[in-house]
Design a protein around this ligand. Structure first.
Ligand code: MSP
Length: 794
């Protein structure tokens, strides 16, 4: 209460002062000030409107009390990025939603009214192109992707029905058009901190990446080998578009000092620290004005610029504004339904890939429009594949949600995402790691602790929560049995771990928080193993000792269920119910937990395993088959892709369906049933698809090639296969290929071959070539179409 009071002091003072401006001058710069000020002002206005002055004076005390109570209500607003509606979500998108959902559940659990936004970014050239490829209108394309998103969020328990997001925001909503137009008008009227117009018309000339929806400077693209071709985006490895046209510009260059002041005065504005430093250096290195519109003739799928319909808004200007239009900025509909003043400012959770848009452009737009800055921008790291490359549709190494959903419980996925990835840093995803963690931490750890405790309560205590206390006479006996008679040894440990859990959680250190919770699991496991309840049960004089041990275990499980609810809602609720408790852990503030409040004598519930063990070999095989099944259907089989547990009557959208076929999607080998040439009918000599998938074949681009002294057959080649560093490969092709002519060529590389040394050089892979004629002349395998580096052949 005191904490809340302090946080809302400003609003309360504003209200009591009856004039927000009075309070404002007395309390400059208090966090969240504007929102609370507005809140106080709105309430004051409404109260005055509905009550006559005299009545207000008479009932002043009552009104004050009610309004005071209202002001004490804390609110919280958390957002994920809104995802492009050109392609289907994968683990990366799911991850941000899981983190946001976990934060939202924790806030709600603490009694804070919380609004959680996720959604789709539906305008721009990228969506327009995806629609064209799929023979749809852009809106149909967006609807199609959104329907998959909704099924997916429902399947993973992230939708409203399951206590997840409050809004699935779409930038094609009419209320968004109204809000973003109002926002544009405000910016158009604004002066920069240096006194110039914030918006002006000019001419843009440069390169644009449709996939990033961003203009690219020279250090952000790779120059082509052939100067007639466009450069390639370093992020997506796709060709850039040349843009040369009239455009509205936002005078970002005038906002450098204001932004630096913002980062300085609010060190928690961009988190973690390492990201704040990156953003600061970016701003310090000098900001360029930003093109914020495209001619309608080149990008028609977007929000028209107010008062100039020949232009459409730059998709990031449109998309970022969703965070405020969703709660009512510039439109009546959402203002009535949600309330801008009630929830703004938000905590924006984003991947580090889009930090600049959120921590530089968005704050500058908000400054121009005179809207309060977000609460914070918190950037997480990227999920990488087991080889350390960012998951991306273009490379084809994404983790499919259908596969995840079919083989793993949502709680296991949530736990894995939060435990395995150190928040803020990149993490590598492997199904085997997910299975190992599920089996060790969940099935053998928490799950086993819960089932062994409840089974013993069932067996030795008639299925009722046993008595907590040991009488004075019993203490000696308990000591004799080696049981610590000081209950506080356990309860203090659990309470300390709870405090640490909350402390880490509030700093987004989810992995550390979970370590603390698993510290409790280990501590209680040890307590049980040391006390050996199965032996105590054989000795009638140790009845109290046995009861006390099992009570402590059950009470610890109650605490764990409450603590872990935001991370694993289903398992936490199950564990809680199995203790015989009928209230809901989602409504208990972990800070309010008191040791000993588990009521004795309560009948425990039916024991069900919280986390069934996963058969690793079997599941891995099924996953591989499912993945190769998806692949072997190829792009044409879009609508029939297995959907796992994503239920619904409509068609299932697929990546193949939504992603450009030119973006590195390699049609997969059809799995043939008949014998292949060279093999007999019984299939001898044939390999399984799983054998083939062990070979990691990648598209590479030769960066350099040179002869090796005194080795006339070998060339030393460096190849870019989409990893941070190029690979060095020795190839026996020197007699047939001129090294210079190889540079820039796309080749096929075996990327997971053990490195070996030849003539003192390490070869880190092998290139594929046909062996032609009697002398075995090598002819390098290559591609007729453009393919990105690192794309997998499968
Ligand atoms: N539409 C923009 C965002 C506009 S917000 C006003 C966009 N969309 S996106 O579809 O590309 O989504 C990017 C976000 O998806 C990342 O910032 C991150 O939240 C999530 N991820 C996508 N791939 C990811 C990983 N490989 N790993 C972790 N998160 C990833 O950018």
């Amino acid at each position: 209460m005191i904490r809340r009071l302090r946080r809302n002091r400003f609003a309360v003072e504003c209200f009591l002062a009856r004039d927000p401006r009075v309070a404002e001058s007395a309390n400059p710069g208090l966090e969240g000030g504007t929102a609370l000020r507005l809140k106080a002002a709105t309430i004051h206005e409404t109260a005055t409107r509905i009550c006559s002055r005299d009545f207000l004076r008479l009932s002043c005390r009552l009104v004050d009390r009610l309004l005071f109570a209202y002001l004490l209500m804390e609110t919280f607003y958390v957002t994920t990025p809104i995802y492009y509606a050109n392609s289907l979500p994968h683990l990366g998108h799911l991850y941000t939603m899981i983190v946001a959902d976990t934060i939202a559940r924790q806030k709600r659990q603490q009694g804070i009214e919380t609004f959680f936004l996720t959604g789709t970014d539906e305008h721009g050239i990228n969506i327009e192109r995806a629609a064209q490829r799929n023979n749809r209108t852009p809106k149909e394309q967006a609807d199609y992707v959104v329907s998959y998103f909704k099924k997916m969020t429902a399947a993973f328990g992230l939708d409203t029905e399951h206590g997840g997001y409050n809004i699935f925001m779409r930038t094609t909503e009419p209320f968004h058009y109204a809000g973003v137009s109002e926002f544009w008008r405000r910016v158009a009227k604004a002066k920069t901190p240096k006194g110039r117009d914030a918006l002006y018309k000019g001419h843009y000339e440069g390169w644009f990446c449709a996939a990033c929806a961003a203009y690219k400077t020279e250090d952000e693209y790779a120059k082509p080998a052939n100067p007639d071709e466009p450069p390639t985006c370093l992020v997506h490895e796709t060709k850039l578009d040349r843009v040369s046209e009239e455009s509205y510009f936002f005078r970002l260059s005038d906002y450098d000092e204001a932004l630096l002041n913002l980062y300085e005065s609010r060190p928690e504005f961009v988190l973690p620290d390492v990201r704040r430093n990156e953003v600061r250096s970016f701003v310090q290195s000098g900001l360029q004005d930003l093109s914020v519109s495209r001619l309608r003739t080149s990008v028609s799928w977007g929000v028209p610029v107010p008062d100039d319909p020949t232009h459409t808004m730059y998709v990031w200007f449109d998309a970022l504004t969703n965070y405020i239009t969703a709660i009512g900025f510039g439109n009546e509909q959402q203002q009535r339904a949600v309330g801008f003043e009630k929830f703004w400012p938000a905590l924006h959770l984003v991947g580090k890939d889009i930090l600049r848009f959120h921590a530089v452009y968005w704050p500058a737009f908000l400054m121009a429009a005179e809207v309060e800055q977000p609460r914070a921008i918190v950037a997480h790291g990227m999920w990488l594949d087991p080889n350390g490359r960012k998951m991306s549709k273009t490379i084809g190494n994404t983790i499919e949600l259908d596969v995840l959903n079919k083989h793993f419980s949502t709680d296991a996925i949530r736990y894995f995402c939060l435990r395995d990835m150190v928040f803020g840093q990149d993490g590598r995803f492997g199904y085997e790691n997910l299975i190992d963690r599920t089996n060790s931490d969940l099935a053998s750890g928490l799950g086993n602790l819960s089932s062994r405790t409840l089974t013993m309560i069932q067996r030795y205590c008639d299925g009722r929560i046993p008595q907590r206390n040991i009488s004075d006479e019993g203490l000696l006996l308990a000591k004799r049995a080696g049981v610590d008679t000081d209950e506080a040894a356990v309860s203090d440990f659990v309470a300390h771990a709870r405090d640490e859990f909350i402390r880490h959680f509030d700093k987004f250190a989810f992995s550390r928080a979970l370590e603390e919770a698993w510290g409790i699991v280990a501590r209680v496991d040890k307590m049980i193993s040391d006390a050996k309840p199965w032996d105590l049960a054989k000795d009638a004089s140790q009845r109290q000792t046995l009861n006390a041990v099992l009570y402590r275990a059950a009470e610890s499980l109650r605490w764990l269920s409450v603590l872990l609810y935001p991370v694993m809602p289903n398992a936490a609720r199950n564990a809680y119910a199995q203790l015989g408790l009928t209230d809901d852990p989602s409504k208990i503030h972990p800070g309010d937990l008191k040791w000993g409040e588990l009521s004795e004598g309560v009948e425990t519930g039916e024991i069900k395993p919280l986390f069934p063990r996963i058969d690793k070999a079997k599941t891995m095989e099924e996953i591989e088959n499912q993945e190769s099944g998806v692949r072997s259907q190829g792009p044409g089989a879009a609508e029939t892709r297995p959907s796992g547990r994503v239920q619904g009557s409509g068609q299932h959208a697929t990546e193949a369906d939504a992603v450009p076929s030119t973006a590195g999607e390699t049609p997969a080998l059809p799995v043939k049933k008949e014998a292949l040439p060279g093999q007999n009918e019984t299939g001898e000599g044939l390999i399984e698809i799983t054998d083939f998938s062990k070979i990691d074949l990648r598209v590479g681009e030769v960066r350099s090639a040179e002869r090796i002294p005194k080795a006339d057959k070998l060339l030393l080649i460096t190849v870019d296969i989409g990893e941070e560093k190029s690979r060095q490969i020795l190839a026996g092709i020197a007699q047939y290929y001129e090294p210079e002519k190889l540079v820039g060529r796309k080749i096929v590389v075996v990327a997971n071959l053990k490195p070996r040394k030849l003539r003192g050089y390490e070869s880190q892979g092998m290139l594929l070539a046909a062996s032609v004629g009697e002398e075995g002349k090598p002819v390098i395998a290559t591609f007729a179409e453009d393919v990105p580096n690192g794309a997998r052949l499968k």
